[in-house]
Ligand binder design. Sequence first.
Ligand code: HEM
Length: 119
Amino acid sequence: MKYFIVGGIIVVIIVGVVVFAGNTKNTGGNAQTVPITESGKTYTLADVSTHAVEGNCWTVVRGKVFDISTFTSKHSGGPGILKGCGIDSTQIFEKRPNGTPHPEKSWGVLQTYLIGSLK
Ligand code: HEM
């Protein structure tokens, strides 16, 4: 009986480790692997800079332009995202203040706000 209990605990630990490893594998955000769709329109950084406030917020990440006006209030990282309005926020997006990149799923979310490329 004792062996069954010990065996059971070992199985639970192994399953836990496998599940945990599986979950952590995709975080860390290897952004390079996430495709960003091309749209036909191009904008200059000067165009982007005229959308620099909450409610009218465009940003640039890796040469692509995003209209994140409706997203900033939903941002799970809080209002810090507003620092990226009207500018090229690639550095902020890739490092964040704590030095860690956004998780890979964030690139997918960002992509839904794509409006064009930087000229
Ligand atoms: C400046 C440009 C930025 C852009 C375009 C941006 C964009 C995004 C996007 C698209 C997401 C995914 C949201 C979702 O999964 O629904 C996200 C998540 C997040 N962002 Fe940002 N962000 C920016 C700046 C920042 C900054 C400055 C911080 C830190 C203060 C930050 C912290 C976070 C955190 C903690 C999350 C949640 C990540 C998770 O679910 O594990 N972000 N951001």
